[in-house]
Design a protein. Structure first.
Length: 444
């Protein structure tokens, strides 16, 4: 619980109710911390003092931009249309970067040129619902970071980690998490070489929640970014058993044996086989089927490359791990809208057979699941009929709580989008004013 945030919200609503707020905070603190009632009241008083000091700050840099739209109600982080829209606005706030690939292109990683080669960088956050399973969260986030580097046609060179554990979390969470990361490291030979370990919010967040991420870096001379997808290409996909998302589904629906299906590095082995063979220089695009599923990936590739993607549902279904697919269908979760941890390879037809042979020789199943044609968006062929293949507002609802929230656009979506547009414009304006001020001062 963010007790500072709670205190600020309460003080805004009722500035005169400090004694009542102190009692409420002390009660919440005692629910988690082993303190005396007096000790809890002392912390509560200090929190209120800090909250008041920062409640009505002056100055443009100190004043936060406010949209009035919460992360949850707009589906940010839920890998659907709301999330994709916010990421497109982030690209606007960042502005022109001069990079070969940056956030505006919605790719797996960013890329800058170094001489005749490309430096590839990525960062992946741990799955929030795996906070209580630190080894699992470490394993899957490390694998996700390496996936993103490989997907750009680059061999990863190193990883870095960032771990934040709330004030009351057990120190051993850090060790378990690092053990998960370095399991992937030792299996792949890609070292974890640096990182950061902090508390979430310092003393101002109580509880044992853990969050963080893993970054990775690689170098290549031949990129396979999404924007290189061309009309006439074939779409190939490897087998997929899911990662953090599928593990979360299995855990929170009590199907714990399915978690074991996700503990593998077959995606990485498929990528390594393609790179080792040199075939990546003939591949136009590679991407990982992650949160938002193939629906989300298809939408992003279409938008970036200006093409239409057409998929065959029966071919995709055959490549999903049987135990994972059975679980998803039992729970009525759309397998096309959730992370499968599969690799998509988009390449000219003349190279398809060699790619299939190479990946299969590495012990990983792969097949042709579709093609690229002129147009925009994506379609899926089911029983010979073409159907729209657009992502939903949120990715497939894969836990009981997510099913309550649903996947469809909320009422007032257009009004929320307009508010987000205004907030992004305001943030850009703030950035420009600070840039202008600093540049003027340098001239003096």
């Amino acid at each position: 619980m963010d007790i500072e945030g709670y205190a600020k919200r309460s003080l805004r609503q009722d500035p005169e109710n400090e004694n009542g707020l102190k009692a409420q905070l002390a009660e919440r603190i005692l629910e988690i911390k082993k303190l005396s009632p007096e000790g809890a009241r002392e912390i509560a008083s200090a929190v209120i003092s800090e909250a008041r000091a920062t409640l009505n700050v002056k100055g443009e840099v100190l004043s936060s931009t406010v949209s009035g739209v919460s992360m949850g109600e707009f589906g940010v982080g839920s890998r659907g249309t709301g999330d994709f829209y916010v990421h497109s606005k982030l690209g606007e706030v960042i502005g022109q970067t001069g990079a070969v690939v940056d956030s505006s292109q919605l790719d797996d990683s960013g890329v800058v040129r170094i001489g005749n080669e490309y430096l590839v960088l990525t960062i992946d956050g741990i799955h929030s619902r795996l906070s209580d399973f630190p080894f699992l969260s470490g394993f899957h986030v490390a694998r996700a970071a390496l996936r993103d580097i490989y997907s750009m046609g680059s061999r990863p060179l190193a990883m870095l980690s960032d771990i934040h554990v709330a004030d009351d979390g057990d120190v051993a969470k850090i060790f378990d998490h690092i053990a998960g990361i370095t399991t992937v490291s030792e299996l792949t030979g890609i070292p974890l070489i640096t990182g950061s370990t902090l508390r979430i919010g310092g003393d101002m967040v109580i509880g044992d929640r853990m969050t963080g991420g893993v970054g990775a870096v690689g170098v290549t001379s031949s990129l396979t970014s999404r924007n290189q997808t061309e009309v006439g290409d074939l779409i190939l996909m490897t087998e997929g058993a899911g990662g953090g998302t599928i593990s979360t589904t299995a855990l929170y629906y009590g199907m714990h044996d399915v978690v074991d299906e996700t503990i593998n590095i077959r995606f990485l082995e498929a990528c390594e086989a393609v790179l080792e063979s040199g075939l990546h220089v003939n591949v136009h695009s590679m991407t990982d089927v992650t949160n938002g599923g193939i629906r989300g990936d298809a939408r992003e590739i279409s938008k970036t490359a200006g093409v239409k993607l057409v998929f065959e549902e029966s071919k995709m279904r055959a490549l999903v791990n049987p135990k994972v697919l059975s679980m998803l269908e039992t729970l009525k979760i759309d397998y096309l809208g959730v992370s499968l941890d599969a690799l998509l390879v988009i390449a000219p037809p003349e190279y398809a057979d060699r790619i299939l042979e190479t990946v299969r020789a590495a012990g990983v199943a792969i097949d042709i699941i579709g093609h690229v044609e002129e147009g925009s968006g994506a379609e899926v062929i089911i029983d010979g009929e073409r159907r729209d293949f657009a992502p939903r507002f949120r990715e497939s609802a894969y836990t009981p709580v997510k099913k309550v929230h649903g996947e469809e656009n909320p009422r007032g979506f257009e009004e929320m989008r307009a508010a987000i547009d205004r907030a992004a414009t305001e943030a850009i304006g703030k950035k420009q004013k600070v840039l202008d001020k600093i540049r003027e001062e340098k001239k003096k």
